[in-house]
Design a protein around this ligand. Structure first.
Ligand code: ASP
Length: 452
């Protein structure tokens, strides 16, 4: 039994949905199907989820939102027409969509927003289920509430609850294809809550773990995961096999093919994930597995992410001061900040944070407290940092990888603000200025993959 998830571009139009349904029909083990909301049909198009958010924001601002609502309805009406769905059924689905957009829930803005956002996936799942039925395939839309997809009550950032898996397991026993909307679940109080953006990947992974699928197929619009961002390097190397750990590091540092949080349920249940292309289903795609045979270079991919900053703190004899690190991190905790990395030396430590969380106000308070409470000698905040990562199983055991990396970066005149090689077994991380990040990635790609 396979769980297959289809992303937004795979469902952007009636034509795309027809491809999706052909893929479902081509393999009878594809029994649980998770769908996103329709995405972009062309480059400057707008995803349905973004149309829905725009609508909700107008409503919440007390502005006229009729046109925005109409744009959403029109996208789905066009799809229903393109699929030649029975008019009564299409009318019924539209009526249910309009109920989800109803203003009566507006009193709690965060809940209202979640309910509106979920309408994209929900409506799409109903259309796909009815289209399959019109083709004579036994398929049903299944609502996450009825199926028991229980999540924490954090609007826009739900986390699956452990008891959900047991409840969802019964999807296995259905004698029909299950069409399940991605992106949202319900709290134990029955309130609809969405995952973070791109969260249909998470739904797919949860269902794959719950039904103990042999494979979780994640259909998107690229043939595979590439060893580097394809907008930076022409025709980059395709990755055919990668481990969960490698994928985790690559998604953390900017690979957007698969949602960062989506790996965990599949990983825990030991279910391999295959990233495939709806527009080219014959391509083998990328398998994400628990173990793979490492190659000579051991490097799988190069990634980077911008938007970081660092707080550098130094104090003579810091190494002997019991509790220094804890006190420093406590100051950040008091501000509700989560930190990303903490490379340290004998008398100094840097804390790397996401820039967007470290506002000017927070920075002022934090620096003041570090000065007063820790009597630090030097505190320097550096903005506009990027993290560049080389990722690969076994890489750290192969002699010379870091020498090759740093030489390549030096040749490209990239100044290194930080190197972090110590903690992760599968990655090596370099902190560079944001302006240098793309050049650094290209230099590293050329070094490790240049002659492949
Ligand atoms: N439609 C949602 C989004 O755009 C979730 C998803 O597509 O996975 O974020």
């Amino acid at each position: 039994m396979k769980v297959a998830k289809f992303g937004g571009t795979s469902l952007a139009s009636a034509e795309q949905i027809k491809k999706v349904c052909a893929i479902i029909q081509a393999d009878e083990s594809r029994r649980v199907i998770v769908v996103s909301a329709p995405g972009k049909r062309f480059k400057d198009d707008t995803k349905v989820t973004d149309l829905l958010i725009a609508y909700a924001q107008l409503v919440l601002a007390g502005k006229d939102a009729d046109e925005a609502k109409q744009r959403v309805v029109q996208r789905f009406t066009d799809i229903a027409e393109g699929l030649s769905l029975d008019q009564a059924i299409a009318g019924h689905i539209t009526a249910e969509l309009i109920v989800m957009l109803d203003r009566k829930h507006i009193k709690d803005p965060a809940r209202f927003l979640d309910q509106v956002k979920a309408a994209g996936e929900d409506t799409c799942a109903k259309l796909v289920a009815h289209y399959l039925r019109s083709l004579g395939v036994k398929a049903s839309y299944v609502n996450p509430f009825e199926a028991g997809l229980l999540v924490s009550d954090e609007a826009g950032n739900a986390q699956v609850l452990p008891e959900a898996y047991e409840k969802l397991r019964s999807l296995r026993d259905r004698h029909e294809i299950v069409i399940f909307p991605g992106f949202f679940g319900y709290s134990t109080d029955g309130v609809l809550v969405t995952f973070s953006r791109g969260g249909s990947d998470i739904t797919g992974s949860i269902l794959a773990a719950a039904v103990q699928a042999e494979l979780y197929e994640n259909f998107t619009d690229v043939d595979s995961v590439y060893a580097v961002n394809p907008t930076l390097v022409e025709n980059p190397k395709e990755i055919h096999e990668i481990t969960y750990r490698e994928m985790r590091e690559l998604s953390y540092s900017g690979f957007s093919v698969f949602h960062e949080e989506a790996l965990y349920p599949a990983y825990q249940a030991g279910i391999p994930v295959c990233i495939k292309n709806t527009n080219n289903p014959a391509a083998p795609g990328t398998m994400i597995v628990s173990q793979r045979a490492t190659t000579e270079t051991h490097v799988s991919g190069i990634a980077s992410d911008k938007g970081f900053c660092s707080i550098y703190v130094s104090k003579y004899l810091m190494n002997r001061e019991v509790g220094f690190g804890r006190k420093l991190l406590k100051i950040l905790e008091d501000e509700g900040l989560s930190y990303e990395h903490t490379p340290s030396g004998i008398d100094n430590i840097s804390v790397i944070l996401r820039k967007k969380d470290f506002t000017a106000d927070i920075q002022k308070r934090v620096v003041q407290r570090i000065q007063q409470e820790l009597q630090a000698e030097d505190i320097v905040v550096e903005q506009d940092l990027a993290l560049v990562m080389i990722v690969g199983e076994g890489m750290r055991r192969s002699v010379g990888t870091s020498a090759r990396a740093t030489s390549a970066l030096a040749r490209a005149s990239v100044n290194l603000e930080m190197i972090n090689q110590g903690s992760s077994e599968v990655s090596m991380m370099f902190g560079v200025k944001e302006v240098d990040a793309d050049r650094a990635v290209v230099a590293l790609y050329d070094e490790f993959f240049g002659n492949e």
